[in-house]
Design a protein around this ligand. Structure first.
Ligand SMILES: *Cc1c(COP(=O)(O)O)cnc(C)c1O
Length: 390
């Protein structure tokens, strides 16, 4: 177990993630495979730890954005199939094949270049990405899709395992746009299936899986719901089952003092006490991802709400305590204390962004503590990872 030497840490509730994956699996039925999306270090939670627990809970496949993320999982002993959702360099195909990593294809030019560069016998496993309205990556027309599939068919170094698309508005209750995307996807699939059998077909993220469980073909790519967060505030009232939020951020009081009336706190002296007040300092700041815009947000201390007073500094900020509290008292920035909870949703609302961004923005300077079967299973200090030297 690695250690850390500061009083700020993230707690990742792997039991919650396990339950969320199992609940999703029951909901979409056993006929639909769960692809656990663990890109961006599992949305800031910890890639290998989340991948392992998701696989234990029944996920059949993993997905990441970039080849580096897939290789990091292999280096941590993950053997399950991994799909890279983003674009990969043709020059890296050999590496992907060697590590048994599935790549996304969406351009015929990429295949042509790949064929001229890649000379090994190990076939490259591919999923074809179709752009049905997201406008990000993907083949858009029947002509493009048919050309790609025909090309793959003609070359035995390529193996087409899957076809997929991604919806732009799955988390909005208005369904017109997603229905158009469903229709385009079905039309393109029909053409493709006439040319080549496809063993995995997937169109759904968390929101799609939760809203249209019967229309997701035979696999779903689940990210945010696995971490216990609702894809959008609109969807909160229609969630078919409860989700368990896995990410907490905690720190401890490192300094406690009583200030007289009229004394100021932090850079710019933007906060001045209105009477005698107990002020606590915590060792976490914007360099940990706790941005300056969170001035005024509440934290939890001794089971009560306490506001952040004065500007958030790079490594520390101050809170107004309800009363004198001992040094070392736990302060919860995200998570529960007693009956109160500060959710990533609350932080997102304050920052006028989406909940996805909140665990992602907590930097790797903050160690991750993994809880499994209600006890500490592992602690990961990203700062102490050995640098990679060539
Ligand atoms: C990130 C991502 C997902 C997961 O989306 P959630 O809304 O987190 O479930 C699925 N598919 C693709 C292509 C993605 O990029």
């Amino acid at each position: 177990m690695s250690s850390f030497h500061r009083d700020t840490w993230v707690e990742v509730d792997l039991d919650g993630i396990y339950e969320n994956v199992q609940a999703l699996q029951r909901y979409v039925t056993e006929d639909v495979s769960i692809i656990a999306v663990v890109k961006a270090n599992a949305y800031g939670h910890g890639d290998a730890q989340v991948a392992k627990v998701a696989l234990e809970a029944g996920a059949k496949y993993l997905a990441v954005s970039f080849l580096d993320e897939a290789i990091a999982l292999r280096e941590q002993g993950i053997k399950a199939p991994i799909l890279v959702l983003g674009a990969s360099r043709v020059s890296d195909i050999g590496l992907a094949a060697k590590e048994n990593i599935t790549l996304t294809v969406f351009q015929k030019e990429w295949l042509e270049e790949a064929e001229s560069v890649y000379k090994e016998n190990q076939p490259i496993r591919l999923h074809l990405k179709l752009d049905t309205g997201m406008g990000r990556i993907g083949a858009r027309t029947k002509k493009e899709a048919v050309e790609i599939v025909s090309y793959i068919k003609s070359c035995d170094r390529f193996s087409l395992e899957g076809v997929y698309t991604h919806f732009a508005t799955a988390d909005e209750l208005q369904s017109t746009y997603i229905e158009t995307q469903f229709e385009r996807f079905s039309g393109l699939l029909k053409e493709i299936k006439q040319l080549h059998p496809i063993s995995m077909i997937h169109c759904g993220n968390s929101a799609t899986a939760l809203r249209f469980p019967g229309r997701v073909f035979n696999a779903v790519r689940v990210g945010i719901a696995m971490y216990g967060l609702t894809p959008s505030p609109e969807m909160t009232p229609i969630l078919p089952f409860p989700l368990s939020e896995a990410f907490s951020l905690c720190t401890k009081l490192v300094h406690v003092k009583k200030l007289d009336l009229g004394e100021s706190v932090s850079y710019g002296a933007t906060y001045t006490t209105k009477k005698e007040e107990w002020i606590g300092t915590v060792p976490v700041g914007y360099a940990d991802g706790w941005t300056r815009k969170l001035q005024g947000m509440n934290v939890l201390v001794d089971g009560k709400l306490a506001p952040i007073v004065g500007r958030v500094c790079m490594d520390q900020f101050m809170i107004k305590l309800p009363y004198e509290l001992p040094l070392g008292t736990v302060v919860t920035l995200i998570g529960k204390q007693g009956d109160l909870q500060i959710s990533s949703n609350d932080i997102a609302e304050k920052l006028e962004t989406i909940n996805y961004e909140i665990p992602c923005m907590i930097s790797y300077r903050v160690p991750r503590m993994f809880l499994r079967n209600k006890s500490i299973m592992e602690v990961r200090n990203y700062l102490q990872d050995k640098p990679i030297l060539e």
